[in-house]
Design a protein around this ligand. Structure first.
Ligand code: FPP
Length: 253
């Protein structure tokens, strides 16, 4: 359970996004899990869970923006998700278009900048096209960064980084002596983004699933049994309030 600060006691229910302003996590990453189980419980096809999941994404983006979160990274499709039935993959690949078709004007209005991590070149052309369009359209926005992990796998990301670093050493663009953690980070998809402060995973699973293995080194983890389609802004606020009570020591005392 989260602890409330004294001045929060009479918080208005209508303003659930209000948080103690200090110590809001700058970067929140979410593993949105449980769409399939949510649908199954209702006797619906799995894809109904994904569709409902998109609605939750919209609510969470709005709330995170109001709470002054700076970066929201959402695990939308992993490199392992290609193992799913083609019909489910095809459905998921249509979601960015559905989402952005309706929601892009609101992203613009709220000054949200869309970014991606992962290999988007390998996505179907129609998916890639809409993502690139929205990234370009929002590129000058300087509010919340909405970062979709799309065709993302952390081991692949690290391996690509090593490959590129070796190439750069070969061509004398990088010297081995100069290679440090900062330089290493700059070869990752997340270049320029701070590491997540808070990782949320829904649906009761407690594992990382090849997500941001390097970047989560000092991240606070928060798990909930709630399935992603049942997640909402109040649960996000609860996760953040819990985070605000934690002491981060980064290995110190
Ligand atoms: C995990 O639930 C969910 C996914 C792999 C897909 C996540 C996609 C969305 C929530 C849609 C968001 C997309 C956009 C573009 C806004 P699962 O299917 O693994 O659930 P299960 O573990 O219950 O089977």
């Amino acid at each position: 359970m989260s602890m409330r600060l004294p001045f929060m006691k009479n918080k208005q229910k209508e303003e659930p996004e209000q948080l103690p302003p200090e110590n809001v996590p700058a970067h929140v990453a979410i593993i949105m899990d449980g769409n399939g189980r949510w649908a199954k419980k209702r006797g619906l096809p799995r894809v109904a869970g994904h569709r409902e999941g998109v609605t939750v994404v919209k609510e969470v983006v709005r709330a995170a923006s109001k709470m002054n979160v700076q970066i929201l990274t959402l695990y939308t499709f992993s490199t392992e998700n290609w193992k799913r039935p083609k019909s489910e993959i095809d459905f998921i690949m249509k979601l960015p278009k559905e989402f952005l078709h309706v929601y892009l004007p609101e992203l613009m209005e709220n000054n949200v900048k869309l970014e991606t991590i992962g290999d988007i070149d390998a996505l179907p052309e129609h998916t890639k096209e809409v993502i690139l369009y929205a990234k370009d359209k929002t590129k000058n926005n300087n509010g919340l960064i909405l970062n979709f992990a799309l065709n993302y796998g952390s081991r692949y990301e690290i391996m690509q980084a090593v490959r590129q670093m070796m190439t750069d050493v070969d061509s004398a663009k990088l010297s081995i002596e100069k290679l440090d953690e900062h330089t290493f980070s700059s070869y990752l998809y997340t270049k320029g983004l701070t590491d997540p402060d808070l990782l949320i995973r829904t649906s009761g699973e407690q594992r990382i699933s090849n997500f941001l293995l390097w970047q989560l080194a000092y991240t606070e983890f928060w798990f909930t049994d709630v399935l992603w389609p049942d997640f909402n802004k109040d649960i996000l606020r609860q996760a953040i309030e819990d985070y605000q009570q934690r002491k981060r020591r980064y290995g110190g005392i």
